[in-house]
Design a protein around this ligand. Structure first.
Ligand SMILES: C[S@@+](CC[C@H](N)C(=O)[O-])C[C@H]1O[C@@H](n2cnc3c(N)ncnc32)[C@H](O)[C@@H]1O
Length: 287
């Protein structure tokens, strides 16, 4: 699969998700270990039925796309779209290995891709919809892929402050080093759709109806489990790698000790478990 050219409104994201996907490959198992409790909530709300046609926006390695393909069965299908050609190649390989013949993956930008017809009954996204340069344009474009009365169900992160799994480890770093400034709250990125009022306005302006935004709290297994050291490593080497890269190296041992102290209270028999806060958003296209 040829990587998308970094052009158009989401050129920066195209660059980021293609250059940065190596990191997701290395830590795929830890990411997979963390998500199941929230993925289950999304799958329940999406309520994909036999024979339905499903679009998964920002599908990454395609795990959710494949699960939905199983749920809609051979009379339906699931299409995953993403900016990263490497992740999609992995997704295609997994679907082939699983013998799923009703799954397809497309390398495209959900904001600008011209969907040929309103062919889908359901659009889902797990953490793939917070990166659009123009969210109204992107959700309007996604709506154009849905039939009349079609559904959307997606998950995005609430703010840093509401996510214990981000705020606690981040304050452990802040005890020893000055943190670089956070991006503006509405900037495309992990927390880009954290404001629920703005989220509701975006859906409304994009032409969706019956919007509902649910507050989901679930404990996530940090760093794939296997104890405290693994969780410390996860935050320092993975989650906060960009932040740590801007902090003098000699502070690292103190930050590491501080992180171990901060995470200690969350260690359980299965590993470090920390509370997450996400929005589970559902809406429909008008009938
Ligand atoms: C945080 S990852 C989530 C991947 C996967 N859904 C999961 O839950 O593991 C975000 C994904 O969204 C994709 N993405 C970001 N902006 C996109 C866009 N405009 N169109 C399509 N995919 C996009 C990225 O390439 C990336 O794979």
């Amino acid at each position: 699969m040829t990587p998308l050219e970094p052009k158009g409104p989401n050129a920066e994201q195209i660059k980021y998700w293609n250059a940065g996907s190596a990191y997701y490959f290395t830590h795929k198992d830890a990411i997979r270990a963390a998500h199941p409790p929230i993925t289950r909530r999304l799958i329940d709300r999406a309520a994909a039925a036999i024979g339905e046609r499903v679009l998964d926006v920002g599908c990454g390695f395609g795990d959710l796309t494949m699960e939905l393909a199983r749920r809609v069965g051979p009379s339906g299908f699931a299409v995953g779209i993403d900016l990263s050609s490497a992740m999609l190649e992995e997704a295609e390989g997994s679907a082939r290995a699983a013998g799923l013949r009703n799954t397809r993956f497309e390398n495209c930008d959900a904001q600008t891709y011209v969907f040929q017809e309103p062919a889908f009954d359901l659009t889902v996204s797990q953490f793939g919809a917070m990166f659009f340069a123009d969210p109204v344009a992107a959700f309007r474009n996604i709506r154009s892929a849905l039939r009349r009365g079609g559904r959307i169900a997606f998950q995005c992160w609430q703010s840093r402050e509401r996510n214990q799994c981000v705020s606690i480890p981040l304050s452990a770093v802040a005890r020893f080093a000055e943190l670089p400034p956070s991006p503006p709250p509405e900037a495309p990125g992990r927390f880009g759709l954290a404001d629920p009022d703005r989220l509701a306005r975006i859906l409304d302006s994009a032409g969706f109806a019956d919007g509902a935004i649910e507050d989901i709290r679930e404990k996530l297994l940090i760093g794939g489990g296997l104890g405290l050291d693994n969780a410390v490593k996860w935050f320092l080497d993975v989650e906060f790698r960009a932040t740590l890269a801007q902090i003098p190296k000699e502070l690292r041992p103190r930050i590491e000790d501080g992180m171990r102290d901060a995470l200690g209270p969350y260690l359980t028999d299965t590993g470090v478990l920390m509370e997450s806060a996400t929005w589970l958003v559902t809406a429909r296209t008008p009938r």
